[in-house]
Design a protein. Structure first.
Length: 313
């Protein structure tokens, strides 16, 4: 058996058992991949894949165990390459940060300029998407870290660590009736339900807690527009489409002078934005620095201990 066979098996699984797609991603031929897999199965004396004719349909039960071992082996092979690169070029390389628009817009501008000052030779890329997509980017090594509020902590294979906590804010125009809401009379679900609402798409920024809060009161809110980022929500509030419900971090009274912000953490709870890396991955020095810049509590020792604990469970 050899690493090439391991790569063929892993890529076939990653490409949903499509040998043509696996071969294309590995820059080789489909018959070559098929032959290598069959030879590997013969060498092991077990069938890794379920087949229907010539088509691969899925993993056999022993194939699932083999796939786990191959994934561990290939992860360590990748780690060896990373170790070599890290010691040869400690302050240069590439860094892909997978993040939601909210993190790219409101969190990372506080971090990236200082990171660039410390590591000018590191080429940085931002890959935006939904939280489930970001998790998959890190799992499939298309990104080094992911930053989001949802999904990361519940995705197997990721180490998700807390960065900051936040609560929702309702935003309205200054002439809106809610703008004069007395501070000693907090907003309620019943009050919000009286107005059309502009808020996040279901995959973003605590939308589930918004839905659950209305459902608990057996109220169906009039959500007239869903968006993936707060800037769009604020734009449509400004043109009079409705009241907005956004992450509190996305509202700045100095910048958003045309809007009034009303805290509603008591209605929708506290949420936690996390940063995630792939479990067992070798992290280059500058990734440890990035994590600590995102949250000072995430020192190298804390991250390493969390990684060790995750792998031991």
């Amino acid at each position: 058996m050899n690493l090439q066979q391991f790569r063929f098996v892993r890529e076939t699984i990653r490409r949903n058992f499509n040998l043509t797609e696996a071969a294309r991603s590995l820059y080789t031929s489909q018959p070559g991949v098929s032959k290598a897999i069959i030879e590997f199965e013969d060498e092991l004396g077990i069938k890794i894949f379920e087949r229907h004719g010539k088509r691969i349909k899925g993993l056999t039960r022993p194939g699932e165990a083999v796939a786990e071992v191959i994934e561990r082996i290939m992860r360590e092979v990748d780690n060896l390459k990373q170790v070599s690169d890290d010691f040869a070029r400690r302050d240069e390389g590439s860094l892909v940060i997978a993040c939601t628009h909210a993190q790219a817009r409101y969190l990372l501008p506080r971090v990236i300029p200082e990171f660039r000052r410390r590591f000018p030779k590191v080429h940085m890329s931002l890959a935006e998407g939904s939280p489930p997509a970001l998790a998959q980017m890190v799992l499939h090594e298309q990104a080094d870290v992911a930053i989001a509020t949802e999904t990361l902590s519940s995705t197997p294979g990721l180490l998700a660590l807390p960065v900051y906590s936040w609560e929702h804010t309702v935003v309205v125009k200054p002439d809106h009736p809610l703008a004069d809401q007395p501070s000693n009379k907090p907003l309620s679900i019943d009050i919000l339900a009286q107005y059309p609402i502009v808020t996040y798409d279901h995959a973003f920024s605590g939308r589930r807690s918004i839905d659950e809060a209305f459902a608990a009161k057996q109220i169906t809110p009039d959500i007239v527009l869903e968006a993936i980022d707060a800037d769009v929500i604020k734009t449509y509030v400004d043109v009079g489409l409705g009241i907005g419900i956004i992450a509190g971090v996305a509202f700045d009274p100095r910048r958003d002078k045309g809007l009034v912000g009303l805290p509603v953490g008591h209605l929708f709870g506290t949420h936690h934005t996390r940063v995630a890396v792939k479990a067992g991955a070798f992290l280059r020095d500058y990734i440890y620095v990035l994590l600590e810049m995102l949250a000072p509590a995430l020192t190298r020792e804390v991250v390493q201990n969390a990684m060790d604990e995750l792998q031991s469970n």
